[in-house]
Design a protein around this ligand. Structure first.
Ligand SMILES: Cc1ncc(COP(=O)(O)O)c(C=O)c1O
Length: 386
């Protein structure tokens, strides 16, 4: 395949004839510096401060969740969320093998073992059919209401679908299966802030959902994350445990649990507040880029540009192309990166990594198919006069 027209199109979109084009660059065009200066002037740079309280209110308002709890990153947010829905040492947690490593790591950090079920080719995220097939074949709900894996004899406590690159999974059907098997639904919405399913934000369907504001995400505060939940009691516990489980008192140091130092610092929250103010502008710009790609790839034989599925709105965090031929994908990665256009393959499947190769898994045909064919292409917002 001749990749020249694709590379030319990418350079045209980003108005860059020669310079390196990153996969996703952050943009700081709003109140970032102002809020950072205010934070420094206030001396409240750490885990107490106005911006960290404000980002929680703003995120709840934006997503429609009753509560948001600001965390140091998305990995710790997911770990704590899993612990709060009752995941204990030695339990199992179902997720998808096609995800960023942090999903599986957070499950491990919570003391559990990941179990991998397949994804849908259309959504790139957990398939409700694969989830149901795995549970029907391998699991039973005991008299106490616990979902038991009949082979391992372990309790499967939770299910963590991930909205890959911002494309929402079929979350309504996943929710139904979780109810049938008494699994706590915890959405890894790290990549999907701004995405929705039937007009409801991703991350707000399950008992808990988690976000990331890492430097490569749609909005960033350097490092940061959040827990979303509609359950006030769980939200209070999340705040308590993420702030060393200290009992409020004017001067005494008394703690009533083994807590964590997981609260987002005010300095990062200042950045997060400024970025969240611009999220709708970013989303508009990202949609514009994705439309240009969509039109362009209609005429490229052998490549499918991934678009949002029915009933969903994607944030188009990372634009995604799917090659018919895995060899062409490899060649494209070589050629594009050699031409200073940053492109990346999708992740190696979790079950192929040494830490997770012995984990229980279902049939993973779609994950294997996508692993061989998916590539992300430059997806930064276009701004100013570009
Ligand atoms: C799917 C997914 N889950 C979790 C995370 C973890 O977030 P963080 O890097 O903020 O810890 C990320 C991104 O980094 C992610 O892409």
């Amino acid at each position: 395949m001749n990749f020249d027209p694709i590379l030319k199109k990418i350079r045209e979109i980003y108005n860059e004839s020669e310079a390196f084009i990153p996969l996703h660059a952050p943009v700081f065009n709003g109140n970032e510096k102002k809020y950072l200066n205010e934070t420094i002037d206030s001396t409240f740079v750490s885990s107490v401060g106005e911006f960290v309280n404000r980002i929680e209110r703003d995120l709840a308002a934006y997503t429609g969740a009753k509560r948001a709890i600001a965390m140091v990153n998305g990995t710790t947010a997911l770990q704590l969320a899993l612990q709060l829905v009752g995941v204990k040492n030695g339990d199992e947690v179902i997720t998808q093998p096609l995800t960023f490593i942090a999903t599986a790591n957070a499950i491990s950090h919570a003391g559990a073992l990941p179990v991998f079920v397949d994804v849908d080719r259309e959504t790139l995220g957990m398939s409700p059919d694969s989830l149901k097939e795995f549970l029907d074949r391998n699991c039973t709900v005991d008299e106490k209401g616990n979902c038991i894996n009949k082979r391992s004899r372990r309790t499967i406590k939770a299910c963590v679908p991930m909205h890959t690159f911002g494309f929402p999974v079929r979350i309504d059907l996943i929710e139904n299966v979780c109810k049938e098997y008494n699994l706590a639904l915890v959405e890894d919405a790290a990549e999907s802030l701004g995405s929705s399913f039937k007009d409801k934000s991703t991350g707000t369907f399950g008992l808990m959902g988690t976000l990331s504001f890492n430097g490569n995400k749609t909005i960033t505060c350097g490092g940061g994350g959040a827990i979303l939940t509609n359950n006030e009691e769980i939200a209070d516990k999340a705040k308590h445990l993420s702030t060393t489980a200290k009992i409020p008192h004017a001067w005494e140091f008394v703690h009533d649990a083994i807590g964590y130092n997981y609260r987002m610092p005010n300095l990062n929250a200042a950045l997060a507040c400024a970025q969240l103010e611009q999220l709708d502008t970013f989303l508009k710009s990202k949609r514009k880029v994705s439309k240009i790609y969509e039109e362009f790839f209609k005429n490229v034989h052998g490549i499918t540009f991934k678009t949002e599925t029915a009933n969903t709105k994607a944030n188009y965090w990372l634009n995604t192309i799917i090659f018919d031929d895995p060899d062409e994908k490899e060649e494209f990665l070589k050629v594009s990166n050699a031409h200073k256009i940053m492109t990346r393959p999708i992740w190696r499947l979790m079950n192929k990594l040494p830490m997770y190769e012995n984990c229980t898994r279902g049939n993973l045909h779609n994950s294997e198919y996508l692993e061989q064919r998916v590539v992300n292409i430059p997806s930064s917002t276009i701004h100013n006069n570009k």
